[in-house]
Design a protein around this ligand. Structure first.
Ligand SMILES: [Mg+2]
Length: 385
C-alpha cells in the first residue's frame, strides 16, 4: 500500500462544554512556572503565552485506498512548513508500512540543516500518523505492533499544584511545578523548600513526589536545590538544566548522586539520549513522543535506556493516546505522566481530551483496543491547515 498524501490539517472537533461546574480555578491560572525565557520579567510565567510556542500541528497521511492516519506535534508554522515542504514530497508514493525506512529518510534529509528542535518535532507528527495508519491498515492497536500489552492498566502520576484534587481523583504519585530561576538566590531556595515541604505534608510519606524545573537552573543552583530538598525524599528532580549542557548534567549527577535526575522532554533524537546514558548522568529518560522524533524514535531511546537499566517515562505520556500505547506496551516504562491543569471539580471525562483517548480512573488508564491509536476523529472534522 502506497502513501497517497501527507499534509498538515486542522481539526474542528465539536467539543461539549463540561456539565459539572468547577469548584475553583486550577493552579494553572495562578501558579508561576519558570521557563528559560521568562527569566526576564517581561515574559509571562503562565502556560501558553511565550513567543516561539506556536500551536498544534496535526498531520494526516492518506493511503491509496483512502485509509488515513493522524499524528500531532506542536510549535506551529515553522514545523508545519517542514512537514509540507520537506517531508511530504519525500514520503508520498512510498510504502506506508515501511515506518523505519520512512523515518530514516526524514532523519537523513535533515542532517545538513540539523535534526534538533523543529525538525525532530516535525518528524514526530509524521511518524505518529504513520503508526496510526499502519495500525488501521493491519486492524490492530499500536500497542500490539510494539509487542504489548505488558500490563492491564498504566499507573499514572499527576503533574500540577492542585494536590488535593489530584488525590481526590485517586492519583498516588505527584509532580509539582517550579516557580524559581537560578538567579533567585536564597529567597528562591527558601520558597522552594517551603513549597516542597507543604507538598510532602499533603501527600504523605509514602507517595512519590517530583519537582519539574523545566531548564530553569544552572549546576550551582541545582546542587543547592537538591541539598535543600533532600529531607523530603524526592522521587526525582526533573529537567534542571538546558538540554545542550551535557557537561553540566555530568557534574550535577556527580555532585548529588543521591538525588534521582530525570530529563529528556527537550532533548531531540536518540543520539542526545545516548550521550546522557553513556555518561550515566540521568536516572529517568523522558522523551516527548510528539517532539523527540516520534514513536519510532522514542522506542530507540527506550531501548538505549533499557540496555543501561534505566526506565523511560515519556513527557505527558498519559495525556495522549500516543503515550498511552507506549506505556501499555513497554515493560521498562512503569508509570506515565498525566498533566492535570484543569479546574478542580470538573470530572476528567468531561475534559477536552483527544477524541478516542481513554480517561484516567483512580490513577490508572487503559487505552482501547481499537486499531491504530484508537482516535475517534471523524473525517469531516478534518480540513487543510
Ligand atoms: Mg517536565
Amino acid at each position: 500500500m502506497r502513501i497517497k498524501s501527507v499534509r498538515t490539517v486542522r481539526l474542528r472537533i465539536p467539543w461539549a462544554e463540561p456539565s459539572t461546574p468547577a469548584r475553583r480555578k486550577s493552579w494553572n491560572h495562578s501558579a508561576a512556572r519558570a521557563l528559560p525565557l521568562n527569566k526576564y520579567p517581561e515574559f509571562s510565567r503562565y502556560p501558553g503565552q511565550l513567543p516561539g510556542m506556536g500551536g498544534q500541528v496535526w498531520v494526516q497521511i492518506v493511503a491509496e485506498d483512502g485509509t488515513f492516519g493522524l499524528g500531532v506535534c506542536t510549535f506551529g508554522d515553522p514545523v508545519a512548513t517542514l512537514i509540507e515542504q520537506v517531508f511530504a514530497p519525500l514520503l508520498e508514493g512510498r510504502d506506508c508500512l515501511a515506518t523505519e525506512f520512512l523515518n530514516d529518510l526524514m532523519w537523513r534529509a535533515m542532517q545538513r540543516p540539523g535534526i534538533a528542535g523543529h525538525a525532530a518535532v516535525a518528524q514526530s507528527g509524521v511518524d505518529l500518523a504513520l503508526w496510526d495508519l499502519k495500525g488501521k491498515l493491519l486492524g490492530v492497536p499500536v500497542y500490539s505492533l510494539l509487542g504489548g500489552p505488558c500490563r492491564e492498566k498504566i499507573p499514572l502520576y499527576a503533574t500540577g499544584d492542585d494536590l488535593d484534587w489530584a488525590m481526590e481523583l485517586g492519583f498516588q504519585a505527584f509532580k509539582v511545578t517550579n516557580p524559581v530561576h537560578y538567579d533567585s538566590g536564597t529567597k528562591g531556595l527558601n520558597q522552594l523548600e517551603q513549597k516542597i515541604g507543604l507538598a510532602r505534608d499533603t501527600i504523605g510519606a509514602d507517595a512519590d513526589l517530583m519537582l519539574n524545573a523545566v531548564m530553569s537552573y544552572n549546576v550551582e543552583f541545582a546542587v543547592q536545590v537538591a541539598e535543600r530538598l533532600r529531607p523530603f525524599h524526592m522521587r526525582w528532580l526533573e529537567e534542571p538544566l538546558i538540554p545542550i549542557d551535557l557537561e553540566g548534567h555530568i557534574e550535577l549527577k556527580r555532585s548529588v548522586p543521591w538525588m534521582p535526575l530525570a530529563t529528556g522532554e527537550d532533548h531531540h533524537g536518540r543520539h542526545a539520549f545516548r550521550q546522557l546514558v553513556e555518561n550515566r548522568c540521568v536516572d529517568v529518560l523522558q522523551p516527548d513522543i510528539n517532539w523527540c522524533g516520534g514513536l519510532s524514535e522514542a522506542i530507540k531511546i527506550y531501548t538505549i535506556g533499557e540496555a543501561a537499566g534505566l526506565i523511560s517515562v515519556p513527557h505527558g505520556g498519559a495525556n495522549s493516546p500516543f503515550g498511552q500505547h507506549f506505556a501499555l506496551a513497554l515493560p521498562e516504562s512503569p508509570v506515565a505522566e498525566y498533566w492535570l491543569g484543569t479546574d478542580p471539580g470538573i470530572p476528567l471525562e468531561e475534559l477536552r481530551h483527544i477524541p478516542g483517548m481513554a480517561t484516567p480512573i483512580d490513577g490508572y488508564v487503559t487505552p482501547s483496543d481499537a486499531p491504530g491509536f484508537g482516535l475517534g476523529i471523524e473525517e469531516d472534522w478534518i480540513s487543510p491547515r
